[in-house]
Design a protein around this ligand. Structure first.
Ligand SMILES: Nc1ncnc2c1ncn2[C@@H]1O[C@H](COP(=O)(O)OP(=O)(O)OP(=O)(O)O)[C@@H](O)[C@H]1O
Length: 464
């Protein structure tokens, strides 16, 4: 049975203990328990590795629920994600993060390693399955009302985006791992843009992260598996490499009209580039032609050759025409939301498999981690920055601070639009949750404690 809206507050934190790896002897692990305090849980564990000096640790009460090693992915899904589907169907964005040490089960939780069996599907695949069940019901309802969604371009589906964030770049897993820049635009929004394509007539197209439209669960699953295959190429050590990137999977409810409207914006942008450049060139040409050089090297206007204002105005008028076409295309996107009868349009699940938290744990690094190359050290510092920034953003949001430090890292810049998403109406703020994946292996004690501490800071903020 689905649990009632677990992600109701601003930010909820869950703990998931993974089973001991087969290589570990049973009976040698940390002993752990959870204690209810008001509406939240605290976690404590003890180690008896050193019989002379048993060690115990207890967290604050910051967690919404603690999953045991016996809980499989379907149990986690029911508690954390299932009830949020109702929000997605109202156009809301729900974000889910997995945070933990390498090998603690982040990918197992978010994506899973069994793509067929219901009980073992990762959260993103189980969510895709349930979105399609819901969309099927909406389509059936439309058919009963003789409202043929398909012919009107309103056939509902899911646009899948999959990318890894590493350093200042995102790598588009549904576009051959293409490197994309993460930048803040003049509009204050973050743009993730791929390579510049030079087209005919001077048009310049810069595409955003690929959004692959899928119209069935099977198609969505195949798309996610395609993306995963890209995640693995180019890495000599898959497991290590996956720890060093943040992997994001987005599932957005879309229809064909919306997808076409967004494509039209990209086309209008590409058309504006040469026209805008021509207007600038003509202005500069006319200004230069109308200047004469003085003997001291300075310039002054040449009264006999004033700038050809008619030519400048004509170029500006043409530019304005293309700017208006772009604005009209952007308005058409907004109109898709305003005119649809499907409140679910734009509803989005965002799943983030964060880079291994060991990079955030400098003490652990110094003492036990193998020697790192310069490149790995740089990556480690960037991951630290990202994970610290994420915590600060979550806390600032929970405390309703006027300034949320999204710009502190590329990861938080990328996540900004998901945190700030408000569906089609201002009353629909996004909802978010984090799953801390931890291991009861003795060797992982410090990492487990650090993960619980990090999540504790995030969870306390959520409860304020
Ligand atoms: N809760 C769990 N139940 C069963 N197996 C698990 C669980 N958590 C992790 N595992 C297994 O442990 C191994 C490592 O897990 P996983 O790849 O998810 O770790 P990770 O935290 O994503 O690591 P990395 O950060 O290095 O990518 C996998 O074989 C996975 O199936």
């Amino acid at each position: 049975m689905a649990v009632q809206d677990p992600v109701a507050g601003p930010f909820q934190v869950f703990v998931r203990w993974r089973p001991l790896p087969a290589s570990e002897l049973p009976g040698t692990e940390l002993q752990h328990s959870a204690t209810q305090q008001d509406s939240k849980l605290s976690v404590s564990f003890s180690s008896s590795a050193n019989p002379g000096r048993p060690e115990t640790w207890k967290s604050g009460a910051s967690y919404t629920h603690v999953f045991t090693a016996a809980d499989d992915n379907s149990v986690v899904y029911e508690h954390v994600v299932a009830a949020t589907l109702a929000h997605i169907l109202k156009g809301v964005t729900c974000n889910f993060f997995a945070y933990g040490h390498s090998g603690s089960g982040k990918t197992h939780t978010i994506i899973g390693y069994d793509y067929e069996r219901d009980q073992r599907l990762g959260l993103c695949l189980a969510a895709a399955r349930d979105v399609f069940h819901a969309l099927d019901r909406i389509i059936e309802f439309d058919m009963n009302r003789q409202a043929d969604s398909k012919s009107r371009g309103e056939e509902l589906g899911v646009a899948v985006r999959m990318y890894e964030v590493r350093g200042r770049y995102a790598y588009d897993l549904l576009n051959n791992g293409a490197e994309c820049h993460v930048r803040e635009g003049p509009d204050g929004r973050t743009h993730i843009r791929g390579q510049t394509e030079m087209l005919e007539n001077g048009r310049v197209r810069v595409r955003p992260i690929a959004a692959k439209p899928c119209f069935s669960f099977e198609e969505t699953r195949a798309t996610i598996l395609d993306g995963l295959a890209k995640r693995k190429t180019g890495s000599s050590s898959v497991h290590e490499e996956s720890s060093r990137t943040h992997a994001v999977v987005e599932l957005e409810v879309v229809n064909k009209t919306l997808l076409e409207a967004r494509d039209a914006v990209i086309e209008r942008e590409s058309e504006l580039v040469p026209v805008g450049k021509r207007a600038t060139d003509i202005y500069l040409e006319e200004q230069m032609a109308s200047l004469i050089r003085n003997s001291d090297g300075t310039y002054m206007p040449n009264p006999e050759c004033p700038p050809n204002q008619t030519r400048i105005d004509a170029a500006e008028a043409e530019k304005k025409l293309y700017q208006d076409r772009l604005v009209a295309a952007e308005e058409a996107v907004v109109a898709c939301f305003a005119t649809t009868r499907h409140a679910c349009l734009g509803g989005k699940f965002v799943f983030v498999d964060l880079a291994g938290s060991e990079y955030f744990d400098q003490n652990q690094q110094a003492s036990t981690a193998p020697r790192q190359t310069m490149q790995e050290q740089k990556q480690g510092r960037q991951i630290n920055t990202d994970l610290f920034a994420l915590k600060e953003v979550i806390r600032a949001r929970a405390q309703n601070q006027s300034r949320i430090p999204y710009r502190a890292s590329p990861l938080t810049m990328v996540l900004r639009s998901h945190f700030e998403a408000r569906g089609t109406s201002q009353e629909k703020p996004s909802r978010s949750a984090m799953i801390l994946t931890v291991s009861s292996e003795e060797a992982m004690m410090a990492a487990t404690r650090n993960t619980l501490k990090y999540g504790g800071l995030v969870g306390l903020a959520g409860g304020e």
